[in-house]
Design a protein around this ligand. Structure first.
Ligand code: 5GP
Length: 180
């Protein structure tokens, strides 16, 4: 479909980044092309609609940082708001924080602990790439701690070899939507 074709046409595959042995899928040229960006946003937004086309979520959570680019567009398409799930240290206190393991060391995601009503709200998580699933898994845990209901995760690309889907078994069947 349109998102798949846009990603195939514009993605740059960079061997050896960020470390030897990794082939990085750079989606920067996809986002810089107007038609490709629209196709990708439409593909992501489809995960937040029911059979009648109406939004089935109340809020789109975009993951730092490329998820921000996409999440805002998806939210506009769905007619809901967006929440930036940020890397540690960017938000003023108080925050809710979730640490997660990287291959070497750890990282953390944060959301505001005040000012946004998350209790019982239905969330669509958006990011560019699902790799090991560590980032999305931490975001799911964080949003659930805030009382939100994570309905689905919508990503542009899934790097299947890295096993992210297996790590996200806490999501219902069909909970992960991949556009390309
Ligand atoms: P994970 O936590 O699933 O291993 O990694 C996902 C995060 O790392 C995402 O936020 C994504 O932006 C980034 N990431 C990992 N591999 C790639 C890649 O090949 N291409 C891009 N664009 N991002 C990647």
């Amino acid at each position: 479909d349109a998102a798949r074709a846009a990603v195939a046409a514009h993605t740059r595959h960079v061997a050896g980044f960020p470390e030897p042995g990794v082939v990085f899928a750079d989606l920067t040229p996809v986002f810089a092309d107007g038609a490709a960006l629209a196709a990708v946003i439409d593909g992501l937004a489809a995960a937040g609609r029911g059979p009648d086309g109406a939004a089935t979520v109340d809020l789109v959570a975009g993951l730092d940082a490329r998820g921000f680019l996409l999440g805002s567009g998806v939210a506009l398409r769905l007619g809901v708001g967006t929440l930036a799930v940020r890397k540690a240290g960017k938000l003023p206190p108080p925050v809710l924080r979730e640490e997660y393991q990287l291959e070497y060391g750890s990282a953390a995601l944060e959301i505001p602990a005040e000012g946004i009503a998350l209790e019982g709200r239905r969330i669509l998580i958006v990011d560019d790439v699902l790799a090991t699933g560590g980032t999305v898994s931490a975001a799911v845990a964080l949003l659930r701690r805030a009382g939100a209901i994570v309905e689905r995760v919508s990503v542009v690309l899934e790097l299947e070899a890295l096993g992210g889907r297996a790590r996200l078994q806490e999501l219902p069947a069909g909970g992960i939507a991949v556009s390309a």
